[in-house]
Design a protein around this ligand. Structure first.
Ligand code: PLP
Length: 381
């Protein structure tokens, strides 16, 4: 009997998919190649140079001068946890704007820190009402206000400035979820007055999942320093993480080297393209997608002025619903190697979420999807 074992890839023969769901999206081959070449220690000076360059680029992409702008070793939810674990203590009043699943998740995470959570809800597919948020800020006098910039569960784009200004004027910290927006929409933390923000690598940054780029301003770090109770998480304690991601570069946990090298390459590519050009590319691709989907009978869920460019949610046509939307998505996967997302929560069974994120926000990608859809669900198919 042969003792030779097959490689993992040979055993499973993972198919190559075009990832057009709500994330992950496809990574650029240069990002994957950089990751494969990263046989280096996490305290090696050459690697630390790479971390320096990454932090500099991340600050530019987040639109901030915050020194504490770092790639957290976690997915986007870990970024969310880090914000609430560090910035909230038991008994604090926290106000969360909820316009979908990820605002809902913020409420859950804040409540687990012992916060008193107040919430303002928006109907799914719409954005938070400024006046409702302002009224709640005045009434609750929260120590922290949190909301989502790009709500991936609905495809709605939340305007940031008015809510952030009111929260700061009332003395609250402002936390913004930029998981789906960073790298596809302009993000300007300092201009908006955001104290803490987090993202994820697997959406518009076009890396595999695994890191949560995050940024913390002076007011947020002061709040951490003034805590009466220790940060409940050792792993996500910003005081400790600052040792590695600050000047001293002392060991806290082993940095996920390959993921960091991949992100450094992705950020380099983003700067090569230019963020304005990248944002415009996302916008163009989204318009082309929506026009093509409407021709096929899909109906956008979100009003035009509130739509995200990188995530389009559409109600499926009657003939798709009749057949079963999940059955059709499965055919796209099996016959065309294309993944699109189903609806979450209130939208399950009736809505598709189609992502054109990062590298995938391109005309040729849109056309490949539309051609496959035409074959599977077009009037004449
Ligand atoms: N926030 C938003 C807006 C998201 O879209 C997601 C993931 O889709 C998350 C948070 C959670 O990120 P992750 O799944 O990487 O933990």
């Amino acid at each position: 009997m042969s003792t030779q074992s097959l490689s993992y890839a040979a055993m499973t023969k993972l198919p190559r998919r075009l990832l057009l769901g709500p994330g992950p999206s496809n990574s650029h081959p240069d990002v994957l190649a950089a990751m494969a070449e990263s046989q280096i220690g996490h305290l090696d000076p050459a690697f630390l140079d790479c971390v320096d360059a990454l932090q500099l680029r991340l600050r530019r992409l987040f639109g901030t001068g915050n020194p504490m702008t770092i790639p957290l070793s976690a997915t986007g939810s870990g970024g969310m946890e880090t914000c609430f674990q560090n910035l909230v203590e038991p008994g604090d009043d926290v106000l969360v704007g909820v316009a979908g699943v990820f605002g809902e998740r913020m409420c859950e995470v804040a409540a687990r820190q012992g916060a008193h959570v107040a919430r303002v809800d928006a109907e799914w597919g719409t954005v938070l009402d400024d006046d409702a948020m302002l009224e709640a800020i005045a009434r609750v006098q929260p120590s922290l206000v949190a909301f989502v910039h790009a709500e991936t569960s609905t495809g709605a784009r939340q305007p940031v400035e008015a809510i952030a200004r009111a929260a700061r004027d009332a003395g609250a910290l402002v936390v913004l979820d930029c998981v789906t927006s960073l790298g596809g929409l302009p993000v300007t933390l300092d201009t908006w007055g955001i104290d803490a923000a987090y993202s994820g690598t697997q959406k518009c940054l076009s890396c595999p999942p695994g890191l949560s780029p995050a940024s913390f301003g002076a007011r947020a770090l002061e709040r951490v320093a003034r805590r009466k109770t220790p940060v409940p998480s050792w792993y996500f304690d910003l005081n400790l993480l600052g040792g590695y991601f600050g000047e001293r570069r002392v060991y806290h946990h082993t940095a996920p080297i390959a993921a960091i090298v991949g992100l450094a390459e992705a950020l380099r590519r983003i700067e090569d393209e230019g963020i304005d050009a990248r944002v415009a590319r996302h916008q163009r691709a989204a318009l082309r997608l929506v026009a093509g989907l409407e021709r096929l009978g899909f109906e956008p869920v979100v009003a035009a002025q509130d739509r995200l460019p990188m995530l389009t949610s559409v109600r499926v046509p009657e003939r798709v619903a009749r057949e079963g939307e999940a059955v059709v998505r499965r055919r796209l996967l099996d016959r065309h190697d294309i993944e699109v997302g189903g609806g979450l929560g209130n939208f399950a069974g009736s809505v598709w979420r189609i992502g054109l994120m990062g590298e995938n926000a391109r005309d040729e990608v849109v056309d490949r999807l539309l051609a496959a859809l035409d074959t599977e669900v077009g009037e004449t198919s």
